[in-house]
Design a protein around this ligand. Structure first.
Ligand code: AMP
Length: 168
């Protein structure tokens, strides 16, 4: 899969090596292979909701939800979701960021898969887990295409299961 993940140096700002998944999205065979790998371990987990993180978590998030016959729930940046929301803020290198979820998107007892493209420092995924848990959902797995292990994102997610087939 690394063949289909492109490094863009100094994007969106200097010092960042951006992992571009558009080559993976454009190739139907590679995209299907990636989807198969992401869902392979999930078939027996009775997941009924997949939560995708804006915006690159929406691509495979919806594909995974379709494969699992589960609902898809978008988590978005502030003021994008039209219905009642709850929000969670998390620290960035400079400042903070906020994510929102619809209050009716998760019901108590829902078994939830969180999906995003990249696990970096883990701040984003942790905030998403907390939103889902506040609404009464259980996190079955946090699932990413790739993990930047040198940033130790897993540590932030505590004992929630993490799966990321591509490792840097
Ligand atoms: P973090 O909260 O640090 O784990 O960052 C995760 C979020 O930032 C995800 O939504 C990723 O899409 C994005 N992200 C972080 N680092 C990168 C990177 N090197 N390349 C592409 N996306 C990234």
């Amino acid at each position: 899969m690394k063949k289909y993940i492109r490094d863009i140096q100094d994007f969106p700002k200097e010092g960042i090596s951006f992992k571009d998944i558009t080559p993976l999205l454009i190739d139907p065979i590679a995209r299907k292979k990636c989807l198969d790998v992401l869902v392979a371990a999930l078939k027996d987990q009775a997941i009924n909701k997949v939560v995708g993180v804006e915006s690159r978590g929406f691509f495979f998030g919806t594909l995974i939800a379709q494969e699992l016959n589960a609902g898809f729930v978008p988590v978005r940046k502030p003021n994008k979701l039209p219905f009642d929301t709850i929000s969670a803020s998390y620290d960035l290198e400079y400042g903070t960021d906020t994510l929102e979820i619809h209050t009716d998107a998760i019901q108590p007892g829902d078994r939830v898969l969180i999906h995003d493209d990249v696990l970096a420092t883990g701040g984003t995924a942790k905030a998403v887990c907390e939103l889902v848990e506040r609404l009464g959902g259980t996190i079955v797995q946090c699932n990413f295409i790739m993990e930047l292990t040198f940033l130790n994102g897993r540590d932030k997610l505590g004992d929630r299961p993490v799966f990321a087939p591509v490792v840097y």
